[in-house]
Design a protein. Structure first.
Length: 144
């Protein structure tokens, strides 16, 4: 599994919790672990869109909480059973991929794979089964 993480320059806390995706796409594999950065970003974004849809669907279900979950929620100050009245958002996968690629080209974030920075979307990258892909959000300077 590939591990995906997100960082922002100047911040200690990660942008999001690490998550994993399968090493090779289900439909094709070159056999040597190679792909382009463009295809890798495409695969990660599509995976996250699908995960978002699943989370939305899970929220539509009525859930029963255990006593432990209620106690933990009480400590945070909010107990919720889901958001069954919320209308699901429709996400266009192709638009999400396009936005991610444009943001990369515009220099809004960098991508590092196993500690090596990649700046060319069409550059071939080689992934190991345990590779770590890090998205680094850049902080824009104000008044520039």
């Amino acid at each position: 599994m590939l591990t995906i993480s997100g960082k922002a320059l100047g911040r200690r806390r990660p942008l999001f919790a690490d998550f994993s995706i399968p090493t090779a796409p289900h439909d094709a594999d070159s056999g040597d672990g190679s792909t382009t950065l463009r295809d890798l970003i495409d695969r990660i974004v599509r995976h996250e869109v699908q995960s978002f849809r699943e989370r939305q669907q899970d929220r539509q279900l009525l859930r029963a909480l255990t006593a432990r979950q209620i106690d933990a929620a009480l400590e945070t100050g909010k107990v919720t059973m889901g958001e069954s009245e919320v209308e699901p958002q429709d996400v266009d996968e192709d638009a999400a991929v396009g936005t991610a690629l444009v943001a990369f080209e515009d220099g809004l974030y960098l991508v590092a794979i196993d500690g090596t920075e990649y700046r060319d979307l069409d550059r071939q990258v080689f992934l190991q089964p345990d590779s770590r892909i890090t998205f680094i959000r850049l902080t824009l300077l104000a008044g520039g």
